[in-house]
Design a protein around this ligand. Structure first.
Ligand code: FAD
Ligand code: NAP
Length: 510
């Protein structure tokens, strides 16, 4: 629903524009650009009509503000008066009006979850939605609140105990498919936050601890029972009488997408050239954070540009594809690698590229809809990547080759403009030499006359030859990622080739 309000954002050629499902953009009037909006928000003008007062908004009140010149919208519990912003919104007034006087969270998430509306609209904040009474009994949510949960009803709960030097927080998820990747723990400025992702839901503990702790936190998961133990080291060996003061959404169990993105500050450790315009960046998580980005999922990186926070999604990769050829430079659980292409006129990447080693950038919790279970008992894995659409394939092909014993073949078809654009070409060729199950094929759209390989764009003839099953009825998965039109066209062609929905996974923003 909302967008970064710049006339040229995303640019006409921008991949983000295509990714947002062909939303129409309206021409903005002179003096209604992003910078004009920032100037207006900093001018001290009363943009809410409430003279700086924040109020509690009931549903009845919200509904009343549904006109262009009096338009309130609720996003994740916060209510904004978006009327002053109407003329600056690249999607136009009509798009904003779709959420007038109502909860626009879903609409917002559908279109651009990565836009930092809190920062963009902070001067338009009217207040919070009035809270309805919540039915919590002894820290366990009542069944009625989890009615939209997957088949088996689950009500996670928690407990804690202590020794002289340790505090152990135990979360009983009662789910079998919880693993270390499902648990995200942060401790920042006295606030302890532990989130367990259970299918499409998230159980959250969020408290201001009663005493200080040290920064090394241990997480243990008993996968069979779904019991999660988070071991905290006390700073002082004193007895705690209570765990802490509950903070926002403590002991809540909600749909993951409703929880909002949580960010922590990470430090840039290294940046290394991959090609002429793409670099491998290594980020270090804070010492008291436990976070592992699952295969096929992405995070948002966020930085402040011209006084406004901008966040964009990026898919972590490995330090290298041939990890057994060299010792990892950094232990994998504290470091996250990103392969990021620089767009000189982009809104985010030029600023990101200016970061110096040691600088900080905010990194969100992961999201994405790829599940490792899609790889179970797989016999053939086909990967179709274009440009930086290669990034989700990195961990995926490494995991598949290492862990899926049924796998007979992994084939990557990698589309790029020129030879100089191919990411990790040497590593891919080395892997293909070393690993007989892996094959790679490069396709160039702008080759030189010396190029003897395949050329062109994604097409039926290219695909029909490439994604052939080697055995009739073999269990296959085809993963595709690149510019949104590339991914969409690829999926259409694969369907024309009679692959089923379950056999195709397109990587998209959500
Ligand atoms: P944008 O501002 O979005 O611009 C993008 C394009 O528009 C560029 O071609 C730019 O040159 C052009 N442009 C911008 N402004 C103008 C202008 N005024 N006039 C003309 N042209 C203009 N990218 C990666 O590199 N690595 C990843 O791992 C990765 N993972 C992703 C995961 C997901 C789920 C998604 C959806 C995207 C991912 N991306 C990744 C893309 C990334 O999120 C950004 O879209 C990308 O980095 C561009 O951001 P930007 O703000 O710098 O460019
Ligand atoms: P690029 O260099 O512009 O293009 C890479 C290749 O894709 C080129 O061969 C190009 O051919 C082809 N291509 C581009 N648009 C196409 C289209 N409409 N139809 C068919 N082929 C097309 O790519 P890039 O700049 O690296 O961009 C990568 C994209 O991947 C970005 O949009 C990024 O958002 C996306 N991405 C998504 C994820 C995710 O998880 N969803 C992860 C990483 C990256 P031409 O030369 O003919 O254009």
């Amino acid at each position: 629903m909302l967008n970064v309000p710049s006339q040229a954002f995303p640019a006409p050629s921008s991949q983000q524009r295509a990714a947002s499902g062909g939303r129409s953009k309206v021409p903005l009037k002179q003096g209604r650009s992003l910078m004009d909006w920032i100037r207006l928000t900093k001018s001290g003008k009363d943009l809410t009509g409430l003279k700086g007062r924040l109020i509690e908004v009931t549903e009845e009140e919200l509904i009343k503000h549904n006109k262009k010149d009096d338009c309130w919208v609720c996003i994740r519990g916060l209510v904004y008066n978006v009327s002053p912003y109407m003329e600056y919104h690249p999607g136009g007034e009509d798009e904003l009006m779709r959420a007038a006087g109502s909860d626009g969270t879903d609409l917002f998430d559908q279109v651009h979850r990565w836009v930092n509306y809190e920062s963009m609209l902070k001067e338009c904040l009217v207040g919070r939605m009035a809270v309805k009474p919540v039915a919590v009994v002894k820290g366990i949510l009542l069944k009625s609140q989890v009615s939209d949960l997957p088949a088996k009803e689950i009500s996670p709960s928690y407990d804690w105990f202590q020794t002289e030097s340790l505090v152990t927080v135990v979360i009983y998820t009662k789910q079998k498919d919880v693993d270390s990747e499902s648990v995200i723990v942060d401790y920042q400025d006295g606030s302890f936050r532990a989130e367990v992702v259970i299918k499409d839901h998230s159980y959250l503990l969020h408290t201001e601890l009663s005493h200080e702790i040290q920064e090394d936190i241990t997480v243990r998961v008993a996968e069979k029972t779904g019991k999660v133990e988070i071991v905290l080291k006390k700073k002082d060996n004193v007895s705690w009488t209570y765990l802490g003061h509950p903070l926002e959404n403590h002991n809540s169990f909600t749909a993951y997408r409703e929880t909002g993105l949580y960010y922590r500050k990470c430090q840039l450790i290294s940046k290394v050239d991959v090609t002429h315009d793409t670099k491998l960046y290594c980020m270090m998580l804070p010492p008291a954070t436990h976070l592992q980005v699952p295969i096929g999922q992405h995070v948002y990186l966020k930085q402040t540009v011209a006084g406004t926070e901008i966040a964009k999604p990026y898919t972590p990769v490995l330090e290298s594809l041939n990890s057994d050829l060299q010792e990892p430079l950094h232990p994998p659980d504290k470091y996250i690698y990103f392969m990021i292409k620089l767009y000189h006129t982009g809104h985010f990447t030029p600023h990101f590229d200016c970061l110096q080693i040691g600088d900080y950038v905010s990194l969100s919790s992961p999201e994405g809809n790829f599940k490792k279970s899609q790889l179970q008992e797989l016999e053939e894995l086909f990967l179709l990547a274009a440009g930086t659409g290669f990034t989700p394939m990195v961990k995926l092909l490494n995991y598949a080759l290492t862990n899926i014993t049924s796998l007979r073949k992994v084939k990557l078809m990698f589309f790029n403009k020129t030879e100089g654009d191919i990411l990790w070409r040497n590593q891919l060729e080395q892997l293909a030499d070393k690993e007989r199950r892996f094959e790679v094929e490069f396709v160039l759209s702008e080759p030189t006359c010396e190029w003897t390989g395949k050329q062109g764009r994604i097409s039926l003839p290219l695909l029909s030859e490439f994604v052939k099953r080697s055995v009739e009825d073999s269990r296959v998965l085809i993963c595709i990622c690149g510019p949104a039109p590339f991914t969409e066209q690829g999926i259409r062609l694969l369907k024309d080739l009679n692959f089923s929905q379950e056999e195709i996974h397109g990587f998209t923003a959500y």
